[in-house]
Design a protein around this ligand. Sequence first.
Ligand SMILES: [Zn+2]
Length: 407
Amino acid sequence: MRRAKIVAALFLFALAGIHQPSPAYADSAPFMFENMDYQKSDHIRIALDGAEIPMETKPQIIGGRTFVPMRSVSESMGLHVEWDETTRSVKAADDSSLIVFSMGSDRATVNDQEKTLDVPLCIVEDRIMVPLRFLQENLGYHVVWIQDSNLILMSRQDVGVWRYSYFEMAEPYREVEALYVNGEKTARIRYNGKCHEALTEWRFEGYEEVYPFKEYERKYLGGVKTAETRYTGKNSTTLVTIQGILIANKTYSLPESYHPGENAAARQAFNIMQADAKAAGLTIYISSGFRSYSLQEQIYNRNVALYGQSRTDTFSAKPGHSEHQTGMAFDLNTISGTFGNSKEGEWVRNNGYKYGFILRYPEGKESITGYQYEPWHLRFLGIDMAAKVYESGLCLEEYLGIPSSYA
Ligand SMILES: [Zn+2]
């Protein structure tokens, strides 16, 4: 009798230990789960003290709770499992614990203490399944779920796992892993012996704020931003407009995609000017109006083939740099210096501003505009602006204070 009492007292003492709330992780060294297979599997796996528990019936999540096969898991925990057909109950016992479950009941006894299960045991594939949490809590196990591996780690010690954390941002991009204890990341890190295959990516970053608004991109290593940037060779498609005037000259270009067609206001102004010229007995007509980027490219390349680049650059714009791409420039009549000496040429030079046109490449301004004198080339600015530029006696670059030269 006396002996029985002592045994019972020891039992209670042992239980008290089990039920003591444990801190996030204890001072004792954790059990380290090294060399685990973290490949995601299509079923839930359980590793107990580093060894995977063989289970014929796989764990299941039923109603948000993880059920594990009673016999496989309990036996791995060192419990002996017995089925009692008459009472329809299951006993799991080892030297210090005895747990009794009754089928269909949410009651169980743990060392003769009555406990309530959140959910009763169930049967899957003829096997008794028990809620893992109940075993864990009543037998004093630490459990860590590795979600992306579909893996459960269990130990009576703290569960220690090294997991990949980051890689060093300099070659050879060594991988660093962090120690997790009971699922919580600690400050301890180490190299895992591997080097990251740093995926180099260049991602669009932005445009410079000054013309020509060069586009640049930034280097990312494995998705992590670095300090390195470079130009893409492309520029922003932003148009440069100064005092309301869309600029196209040797410094400022238009994007390839800019294709406005002939400007309607410019055409209307020309028609009125043409009618007034006719009333004065003169015939003016448009011999070249809007040109697309690609048409200008063909023209420029043909001129370079015929005359060489340096001569071509005095009268033919590189693609993107032609005023004709604005849809607001017109070449009149014969594209030749003789037009400047004709009655029509003289009339247009002296009256064009009244209709909103300026002579864009005047005589004597070649070094500023970057083009030879072109008496036939008019640019529509609108009546007010054309009058101001005309009266200033300046070419457009001088009037706006902008350069015109190829970079
Ligand atoms: Zn022209």
